[in-house]
Design a protein around this ligand. Structure first.
Ligand code: XMP
Length: 506
């Protein structure tokens, strides 16, 4: 594997993703919390950083631990760190360099630079630049304005590059990473979804033995894939619980339960609708609603878990971005996301936690799910928030409002599928607004509810744009909703991006 030392760059996760796309396993660790180095580590990548090596409190590592023991590739800050700690000079650039640049000269006989076109476009993002390198540093690429765009230390497999090979705007960045990871480090490209399934199932078997595991499933991709892995390892010793909180989509409880049963999971569906509606009665504040739902979930889950005897483990679908965030250079994040679907593990349950997906990115989770034979209706599902329709009904929640919104949501999502648009948007749903507006139906004046449709494109939900859905589709869906859902006489479409808006309205 490749070890990536993170100095806090916004692009560090991208380095990991690119390395994994080469079918090579890698891990990110903060520069100030490096684990013991295992024999399977074949190379080290030093990430970029928002800091300057010239700062007195610049993030530092003892490079002698790595240089001459492993191949090392410094990217941006990492390259500057290599240069500066070897007696080179790093200064603030006279012009800040952000964006596209073209390489000018490239030493293509160098192992790192094999196959890189001398005029290849690269992506720069740096305020400092390396102005002097020691004699032992051999420059292997330059641009018009950056003389030390890439170097190798003579007699060492130590390299530095000023540009960012991990961003797609560096057009041959993947080739360069391939050169480093495969040719220089000698990594085998055998890390695939199938190999992950085999090794994870074997690890889980060893770790769990005959122990019993309980898991809450949400119908979403992460918890479903995690459950399938544990199930493959321990079969019926995995007890799954799927709670109907009364805030799911129309017919979703029954259909997801059916899918899980078909997959052979030992699953219990728990109808807790009334418990959730009672807890939510009269609450209008979004955070109060979230808290009430989280607490009720724990109560229900705890009740159910106590019916099971001798359970030792709690399985969770935590994925790698949550883990990276909670151990990041910037310190543990204020919001703990890893218990999203479970709403937090109460201390008194004293269960050990098993998280088989905590080294995977979202697209890798999908690939593993495919390898495990999960159906597309689970794998391709849009994200859906834990508090469900409760944060799409602005104001207080009643079963009647839920029923109206379920119908609207059903017509919208079904329409997206019929028009072949479902897979083109990242997430879609409808909001029930706490206002009424005047309309006319036949000869009658109406005074009914307004719903807002929301569909976004996004990569990770952190930023999003409103989906530019075809007018004909919107016209068709608007008609259908108003004609078929009693109590709604107006449909609007949300054209806000995130930021400054959020995806959900609450
Ligand atoms: P926002 O509204 O913050 O949403 O732009 C970003 C993504 O997170 C989902 N979301 C939640 N998921 N519990 C969840 O499990 C929540 O309380 C919650 N709030 C928002 C939202 O659906 C979107 O995918």
């Amino acid at each position: 594997q490749i070890l990536i030392l993170d100095f806090g760059s916004q692009y560090t996760q991208l380095i990991a993703r690119r390395v994994r796309e080469l079918n090579v396993y890698c891990e990110i660790h903060p520069y100030n919390n490096i684990p013991a180095i295992t024999p399977d580590v074949k190379g080290i990548i030093l990430s970029g950083s928002p800091c300057s090596v010239r700062d007195t409190d610049a993030p530092m590592v003892d490079l002698s631990r790595f240089r001459q023991h492993f191949p090392v590739l410094g990217v941006c800050y990492g390259a500057q760190l290599l240069a500066q700690t070897s007696g080179g000079e790093v200064k603030a650039s006279s012009i800040r360099e952000y964006g596209r640049a073209k390489l000018g000269t490239v030493e293509t006989t160098n192992r790192l630079m094999q196959g890189i076109d001398p005029h290849s476009q690269v992506w720069m993002s740096h305020a400092d630049t390396i102005t002097q390198v020691p004699d032992s540093f051999h420059i292997i690429a330059s641009t018009e304005t950056v003389r030390v765009a890439a170097f190798q230390v003579s007699g060492e497999e130590t390299y530095g590059i000023q540009f960012h090979p991990e961003v797609t705007h560096s057009l041959q960045g993947k080739q360069l990473l391939h050169n480093f990871v495969v040719d220089v480090c000698g990594c085998k490209q055998d890390w695939t979804a199938d190999s992950f399934v085999d090794s994870t199932v074997a690890d889980l078997k060893a770790k769990l033995g005959n122990d019993k595991v309980v898991m809450a499933l949400s119908g979403g991709v992460d918890s479903s894939v995690a459950a399938m892995l544990v199930h493959r390892a321990i079969g019926q010793n995995l007890y799954c619980i799927f709670v109907d909180n009364g805030l799911l989509r129309k017919d979703e409880f029954a259909s997801v339960l059916e899918s899980y049963r078909t997959l052979g999971l030992n699953i219990k569906g728990v109808d807790a609708k009334e418990q959730f509606y009672t807890a939510l009665a009269g609450l209008t504040d979004p955070e109060a609603k979230r808290k009430a739902i989280g607490k009720t979930f724990i109560d229900v889950f705890d009740q159910e878990a106590h019916l099971l005897e001798d359970v030792v483990w709690l399985g969770q679908g935590t994925i790698y971005p949550d883990v990276i965030e909670s151990v990041s250079v910037k310190g543990p994040s204020a919001t703990i996301k890893s218990h999203h679907n479970v709403g937090g593990l109460p201390d008194f349950m004293k269960l050990k936690v098993v998280e088989p997906l905590n080294t995977l990115f979202k697209d890798e989770v999908r690939a593993v799910g495919r390898s495990l034979g999960l159906p597309q209706n689970i794998l391709g599902r849009h994200p859906f928030p834990g508090p469900g329709l409760a944060i799409r009904i602005l104001g207080d929640i009643t079963p009647e409002k839920v029923a109206i919104l379920q119908e609207v949501d059903y017509l919208f999502i079904d329409g997206l599928r019929r028009y072949g648009l479902y897979d083109q948007v990242w997430q879609a749903g409808a909001m029930l607004l706490p206002i009424q507006s005047v309309g006319v139906m036949g000869d009658e004046r109406t005074y009914e509810r307004v719903v807002a449709l929301r569909a976004v494109t996004s990569v990770d939900g952190m930023t999003a744009d409103w989906a530019h859905l075809p007018y004909e589709f919107l016209a068709d869906i608007s008609n259908e909703i108003i004609n078929r859902v009693k109590g709604v006489n107006r449909v609007v479409y949300d054209i806000s991006s995130k930021p400054p808006a959020t995806i959900e309205w609450e």
